[in-house]
Design a binder for this molecule. Structure first.
Ligand SMILES: *Cc1c(COP(=O)(O)O)cnc(C)c1O
Length: 336
């Protein structure tokens, strides 16, 4: 087992309010036939919460250590990451530049002006747009061009990269989350988490294994199919153990991914996702988000159906937040 001080060498900005609650969902447990717990990372505290607060503690710690005064970041139009980064920058007295990419076709007008877009405007960030949504290197290059212009004006910019050829500092936040979870509970039999960039899934899996817990960690694909996501996870895990400078506690057959809830694609609300979102709200009074956590819960229901999670098992789902995006999906959710 790896020691507790795994993360002590990394600069870290304090953005979390504290450990997030781990709640049992009594009525949903009964409905689904498992012992279901929800780790409330929607309640991380800063600027509407969510998983990016944990990830940003390490990016902004690094930015502060380098004396940065401006954070640049790219994401989908309704990105929780860019909204959280803008909030974190504000908290630490830095400016932010947010680049929004066209990743999701055919959305209503509220997708472009409500939810996270509205929050980012309130936070006073500079906005840029990027015409395509599947070009991570291109999106990062556009951020660097803007960073160069800022540097020429005497500013000290810091780019949070999307592409995989950079150290996955954000995953460190989920190594910490995995350790935090295992301090709250050790006898769970499965964890279910969204798998997008893989920072959350990869970090959590590493933190859980480093804590000596062997339960499967299922990543529910929200962006790519299982084959592509499995490949991406192998890369993320390899890069993560490289920056941790330890032999990875994770083996190749620890990578569990499920893409049965991905259709019709990233950021798009299929009937299965919508049903899962409404079922959670109507059974527990808890809001999931349309892009990540409702898909993840739909995936959890699939895994029960598929017997990969068995009846009566103790299961933790990570609620990674994203709830402000609900307001950007009004037409998709309830029509016009
Ligand atoms: C970004 C995000 C995810 C995906 O996390 P990754 O670390 O990119 O895999 C999941 N849920 C929410 C709400 C997010 O904003």
């Amino acid at each position: 087992m790896i020691q507790d001080n795994l993360l002590s060498g990394f600069p870290r900005a304090q953005l979390m309010s504290g450990a997030t609650p781990l709640e049992r969902l009594d009525r949903m447990s009964e409905r689904v036939g498992i012992d279901l717990w929800l780790k409330r990372d929607d309640l991380t505290g800063l600027g509407f919460g969510g998983n990016k607060t944990r990830q940003l503690e390490f990016y902004l710690g690094d930015a502060q250590a380098r004396g940065a005064d401006t954070i640049l970041i790219t994401g989908a139009v309704q990105s929780n990451y860019v909204r959280s980064a803008a909030a974190a920058a504000a908290r630490l007295g830095m400016k932010s530049v947010l680049q929004l990419e066209e990743r999701v076709p055919d959305m209503g007008p509220e997708y472009y002006d409500s939810g996270n877009v509205l929050l980012a405007k309130i936070l006073g960030s500079e906005h840029m747009s990027f015409p395509v949504g599947e070009d991570e290197e291109g999106a990062d290059a556009a951020l660097h061009a803007r960073a160069d212009a800022l540097r020429a004006q005497g500013r000290n910019p810091y780019v949070i990269h999307l592409g995989l050829n950079h150290p996955p500092l954000g995953a460190l936040g989920y190594v910490a989350a995995g350790q935090e979870l295992c301090r709250q509970m050790r006898d769970f039999e499965a964890v279910v988490v969204p798998s997008g960039s893989g920072a959350t899934h990869g970090g959590l899996l590493t933190g859980v294994r480093a804590s000596g817990v062997a339960a499967p960690v299922f990543g529910v694909c929200v962006r790519r199919n299982s084959a592509l996501q499995r490949e991406r996870m192998a890369t993320v895990l390899e890069k993560l153990s490289a920056i941790l400078n330890v032999e990875s506690p994770v083996s190749d057959n620890d990578i569990n991914v499920w893409d049965g809830a991905l259709a019709p694609g990233y950021g798009r609300l299929g009937p299965k996702t919508q049903t899962a979102l409404e079922m959670m709200a109507r059974t527990e009074g808890i809001f999931l988000d349309p892009v990540y956590t409702a898909k993840t819960f739909a995936g959890l229901l699939d895994l029960v159906q598929d017997n990969q999670i068995q009846e009566g098992q103790k299961v933790v789902m990570i609620h990674t937040g994203g709830v402000p995006a609900l307001f950007g999906y009004r037409s998709a959710l309830v029509g016009n």
